[in-house]
Design a protein around this ligand. Structure first.
Ligand code: ATP
Length: 202
């Protein structure tokens, strides 16, 4: 059985930075955001179903998903978000499970910004929250993407609150200092996950 650690945190919290460190320790990382993009690529049944339910306007002339149009639409109509997620979440889940079970490493990391919101934590043995204050999320995400602070605040508002995530997570890492301090906190957790995955194997 594969020991799965779900890694989460809000936008700009440092999930990619933490995942990259785990990859350096030869731990396979499956990224739910990457899978979410894969399942709506041209030719995928999920994209066909989105078009069937929402209409042709969701597609670019090339046939690819018009992400900007769809994002704006679901921001405006919360019911449409639920309708879209009812199509995408099962497909994402199935593909994640496939990739996780094929992975060849002592344990695997599932990195997902919406781990708890989408209940993906239920397929994990353990969850790890990369935690930073909202002010830092705004600073780091706006510096990285050139997105306005208002846009990032809007995204934060759609994500579960920091407090709720802190309550749900098994492990919490504080990423408000520098990267060296992030890695220092990840090291003992890596040892714990190695030990626990071995127990699961035996
Ligand atoms: P998203 O959900 O938006 O993909 P994320 O949680 O993956 O974000 P990262 O991309 O890892 O976050 O980090 C956001 C930005 O902050 C990046 O530019 C990253 O280099 C920087 N960063 C992350 N951790 C630290 C840190 N401890 N010190 C300084 N900069 C950091």
């Amino acid at each position: 059985m594969t020991y799965i650690v779900g890694l989460t945190g809000g936008i700009g919290s440092g999930k990619s930075a933490a995942s990259a460190w785990f990859e350096q320790q030869n731990i396979v990382v499956v990224d739910a955001d990457v899978v979410a993009r894969e399942v709506v690529e041209i030719g995928q049944p999920t994209l066909v179903e989105i078009q069937r339910q929402f209409g042709k306007w969701v597609l670019e002339p090339s046939g690819a998903l018009n992400r900007t149009a769809l994002r704006e639409y679901i921001f405006q109509y919360p019911e449409a978000r639920k309708q879209l997620e009812a199509i995408t979440h099962p497909a994402i889940r199935q593909s994640i499970i496939q990739q996780l079970t094929q992975a060849q490493s002592p344990y695997v990391i599932l990195v997902s910004p919406l781990l708890f919101e989408t209940k993906q934590h239920l397929m994990c043995q353990r969850s790890l929250l990369i935690d930073v204050p909202i002010a830092l999320q705004l600073d780091r995400a706006s510096q990285r993407d050139g997105q306005s602070r208002a846009q990032i605040e809007r995204i934060i508002a759609t994500q579960m609150s920091r407090k709720d995530k802190q309550q749900l997570a098994d492990d919490i890492v504080d990423n408000s200092a520098d990267l060296a301090q992030l890695y220092q906190q990840l090291q003992p957790l890596h040892q714990t996950y190695l030990r626990q995955s071995q127990l699961l194997d035996n």
